[in-house]
Design a binder for this molecule. Structure first.
Ligand code: URA
Length: 428
């Protein structure tokens, strides 16, 4: 084969053969297919799509580009076999669910090997959030992951460089060539890492709305279906939930701010939308691992999830009692008129948090632990002119102006009558 032949085939709308797919992914991993050739192929895939068999083969080829983890021999410290369950979110604004979820599921005796990533663009990354905890480290060896799973039950850490290396290189190219938003490429990217990671059960949280990759529901549904098929074909008990990302999750967006909110949830409080999604995802992960008939909300209320959190953070060098970093500067955003808050745009808030320093523009850039946006008023709540809608946090005050610009149309405050009419229309 040669790369041009494969690119032309997909450019002209043909399906790629198993042999072509295996060759091109392997040759790209070895550096034989150049970055610009793979970028052209990614664009052809984005424009012309792939069928189910092509996506399955592409995923297998990406898994085969690296090593696979194996948790089948995993045992508790006292010798009982451990089943693993994992979740993956397609990414959103204020999505700190992994933080309370991993220890919550582990508190029921199911091991959670949560290999996570860093944020890019307006969406946050779980590792950046946890790194706000003084001392906490993301890099663990395979042996350390196994030991922590057996002793604590939950681990959230960086995926090793050996796991689906083809995806790591391809994702970096897609990020700079406008080829992220392709269902076959997103599905194979996510599932190659999850299958290589070797979890027995997987719950996918597929986000839909302004703050997500998938803005409309039909696309989100198609992405969810594609990933569930890939997972099940590979023997992973896979389910998917479609959840809203038109408004941020919870009230906190930004690394340390989100850790603080996760701690509220682990202490039995926290915003209702974060608690609800955490409990719902826990229920599905536990069911996938064979634990049903439990109400996961109980271990949030009685502190057992918090106990696992503390041990999980400490096992990775973090101090669960240390004060979280606070930004050197804050400013507020206030309401200009009375009414009811009917919308908080996830994309705008994500962008503002990013501009305040919570996210990175390029891979490898540092992030500010304390930067972000704190929201004070929930959807459907009354607002009076002058009320504080949000507090902006940053260490660099020159960032405020661009963050405020991102938020110019983020909050929709409607007159109470209009808001009531809109909600009646939405319900009918
Ligand atoms: N997350 C991934 O890991 N890959 C994608 O392509 C998109 C989101």
């Amino acid at each position: 084969f040669d790369a041009i032949e494969v690119i032309r085939a997909k450019r002209d709308g043909q399906r790629l053969s198993d042999e072509q797919i295996d060759w091109v992914v392997d040759a790209f991993t070895r550096g034989v297919v150049a970055d610009e050739q793979m970028s052209a192929l990614a664009m052809a895939i984005l424009l012309n799509g792939m069928d189910r068999a092509e996506i399955a083969r592409w995923t297998r080829a990406m898994i085969a580009s690296g090593e696979r983890m194996d948790f089948t021999g995993l045992r508790t410290a006292d010798g009982r076999p451990l089943v693993t369950a994992d979740k993956h979110s397609t990414g959103g604004v204020g999505d700190k669910i992994t933080l309370p979820l991993a220890p919550l599921v582990a508190s029921y005796g199911v091991a959670v090997p949560q290999l996570s990533g860093r944020g890019l663009g307006h969406t946050g990354g779980t590792l950046d959030k946890l790194e706000a905890i003084p001392g906490w480290r993301a890099e663990l060896s395979g042996e350390q992951i196994m030991r922590q799973l057996s002793e604590v039950g939950a681990v959230v850490c960086a995926a090793g460089a050996g796991l689906a290396p083809a995806d790591k290189r391809l994702y970096a190219l897609r990020d700079v060539t406008g080829t992220v938003e392709s269902i076959p490429l997103i599905a194979s990217s996510i599932m190659s890492k999850k299958i290589a990671e070797g979890t027995r059960a997987l719950v996918l949280d597929v986000k839909c709305g302004s703050g997500a990759f998938m803005k409309d529901e039909a696309d989100a549904r198609e992405l969810a279906r594609t990933m569930v098929e890939i997972g099940r074909d590979a023997g992973v008990d896979t389910t998917a939930l479609l959840t809203d990302m038109s408004a941020p999750l919870g009230r906190a967006v930004g690394n340390a701010l989100e850790v603080a909110e996760a701690l509220e949830v682990l202490a039995g409080g926290g915003p209702p939308d974060v608690v609800e999604l955490t409990v719902e995802l826990a229920r599905h992960m536990l069911a996938g691992a064979g634990v049903s008939d439990v109400d996961p909300a109980e271990h949030l209320a009685d502190g057992r999830a918090m106990d696992v959190w503390r041990r999980m953070v400490a096992a990775q060098g973090g101090d669960p009692d240390a004060a979280l970093p606070r930004a050197r500067h804050t400013q507020t955003v206030t309401a200009s008129h009375d009414g009811v808050l009917t919308g908080t745009d996830a994309m705008a808030v994500g962008l503002a948090a990013w501009r305040l320093g919570a996210g990175r523009a390029r891979q490898g850039d540092p992030v500010q632990a304390a930067a972000g946006v704190e929201l004070h008023i929930g959807l459907g709540e009354p607002v009076h002119a002058g009320d504080v809608l949000a507090t902006l946090h940053t260490d660099e005050p020159e960032r405020f102006d661009r963050a405020r610009a991102a938020l110019a149309d983020a909050f929709v405050v409607q007159a109470p009558d209009l808001a009531r009419d809109a909600s009646l229309r939405a319900r009918s």
